[in-house]
Design a protein. Structure first.
Length: 284
């Protein structure tokens, strides 16, 4: 056996090891790091979902509670003097699992009621008579708190909800651990969320154009429009358009490929959400 034959085969490096090698340039700014991560995705060192989570984790460190909280006007809260069965009806109709409970003044948050505690309290042999007996302490936080700090506090305290107060001490909204995690991993659906209707991912408009959800799979887009975009590098039409533009675009930026003209309709600091599509040779 020759020396060449006896030499050990090179070990296959994990994506993390390859990504570490890509970081050898020692990025000095957040934008440098993001550029390296996007290059790693282009070179298939990491998957698109991994890139989105890494970008989300980076953005969380710069965001505050005010950026993602549920505003006061959209909060589902319960009155402390409500009858237990009436409260149960509100709980069932809302589909939530945690509720702020307020006094006569809605800025007076007395505690947090868990749906499971209310159910146990009602069906127990010695059923409770007053919802106050079931309340858990409310975590109050300022709207200026950083999301990454709040996530650490949620994990340490095992709280899942916090009441957001403004500089005057009034209730500004609420935030849950799910709200924070969604900034990292994307939308988290549960059994109470309406299932996405695939037929609505591509919607025709009266002027002959189409609004297309950026997460529409490329093969679905191709089938709908008779297109032939490759799906070996990008899974979604949004990923293809972002790559064509060359950077994460803002609403209004456009990209053309063949007979298709794409315009970004909705986008934020992390991803494109929807596109407007115009065909040069008519509608299919």
């Amino acid at each position: 056996m020759s020396e060449d034959d006896s030499s050990p085969l090179p070990e296959k490096r994990s994506w993390l090891e390859r990504l570490s090698h890509a970081f050898s340039g020692e990025p000095e700014t957040r934008e440098d790091l993001l550029e390296i991560l996007r290059d790693a995705r282009s070179n298939r060192l990491i998957e698109g979902d991994t890139l989105s989570m890494l970008e989300g984790a980076l953005s969380v460190s710069t965001m505050t509670v005010a950026d993602v909280m549920v505003p006061r006007a959209q909060m589902v809260s319960l009155p402390v003097d409500g009858k237990l069965l009436d409260l149960m009806k509100h709980v069932v109709e809302s589909g939530h699992s945690r509720f702020p409970v307020h006094g006569e003044d809605r800025d007076e948050i007395l505690g947090i009621l868990l749906a499971k505690d209310l159910l146990r309290g009602i069906v127990a042999d010695n059923a409770v008579q007053d919802v106050r007996e079931l309340l858990r302490p409310a975590l109050l936080i300022p709207d200026s708190k950083r999301l990454n700090v709040l996530l650490r506090e949620f994990r340490a305290s095992r709280n899942h909800m916090a009441i957001v107060v403004d500089e005057h001490g009034g209730v500004a909204g609420l935030i849950t651990i799910e709200d924070v995690l969604e900034e990292i991993v994307g939308e988290i659906d549960d059994e109470h969320d309406d299932a996405a209707d695939a037929s609505t991912s591509i919607a025709a408009e009266s002027d002959g154009q189409f609004v297309v959800e950026a997460l529409t799979p490329i093969d679905e887009f191709n089938e709908r429009f008779g297109a032939e975009f490759p799906d070996d590098e990008f899974d979604t039409i949004g990923g293809l358009v972002v790559a064509g533009i060359g950077h994460l675009p803002e609403p209004g930026e456009a990209f053309e490929s063949g007979r298709f003209h794409f315009t970004v309709v909705d986008a934020d600091q992390r991803r494109v959400h929807s596109l407007r599509v115009r065909l040069h040779d008519g509608i299919h």
